[in-house]
Write a protein of this length. Sequence first.
Length: 358
Amino acid sequence: MYMKAIKKKIMIWALSAMAFTGTSAQQLTVKNNVIDCGNVVYEHPATVSFEMKNLGSAPLTISNIKTSCGCTRVDYPRTPIPAGDSFKVSATYDARQLGHFAKEIALYSNGDDDPVYLRMTGVVVEEIVDFSGKYPYTLGNLLADCNDVEFDDVNVGDRPIQKIHIKNNSDKTLTPVVMHLPTYLRALVSPTTLAPGRQGTVSLVLDSKKLRDYGLTQTSVFLGMFPGDKVHPSKEISVSAVLLPAFTEMTETQMVYAPKINLSSQSIDMPMNGKQKKTETITITNEGRTELDITSLQMFTMGLKVKLNKTKLQAGEQAKLKITVDAKQLQKARSKPRVLMITNDPRKPKVVIDINIH
């Protein structure tokens, strides 16, 4: 009896192991489960192709396909897909309705109890109007209308969007991707793939709640030609954001007694006359009734040095701001040289000083 019980346990264990192996042998993966078609002309069907692979050790069989509506047709392999093989699932949307669309596809297989979800998105328009501006910047194999993005005058809670227009300048289809994004930025590329000569957009979305401090935050992201592309300076996009303090709850009385900043000049004209470095001074005066606090003093570009002799000014007090320009370093700057101050003056929480050199 004892031996029979042991044999029975071994058989149950073996059957369980076989069942476990059978259900996990197929591992279905998809390279990109969301594809943006960009703009699609009305009644001109749009087709996308999802690249997939069976990473398991047994053949994979697609048993069923379900779509979110009858306007989407799906083509997929009807025969078992050998272990390790790649394959494609194509979806076509009939584009018979104007406006944004998001069509979902559920793919059922013997690789998992749950379906794999695929999604195609885009906008159906009456006519595609291409970007008519210029593309003065080259980012890898893409042309762009800018390589320096600024989010100005952002308040906590804002989610502003900045767009970069791009164009495929190569003879191959590209899948642009924005790399090295910080936590406060999100990127959307439309369409997902760009055929040679085709135009698209990169939308950068800023989550202001994730910015750590008031004032200027700067970073660099990189536009890759495909997922997994290498980071290189030629693909760099500089991004800056200026987060402002809020004074919305101040009463009229508080406004009357608030600090008030005044500058002898908000722009500096610097003829270098062959000199490498030059310094100019700006006088800052507190014309308000309470203490003026300059909480942040920053530069938008390299090639500038600043020195402020005091950051807290009582009513009527003055401070000296010295700005030194290094002409050689400024030649490498991408954006206009400026100095930024963040203050507790509710009328001027942000003060920008423009630097003009020649």
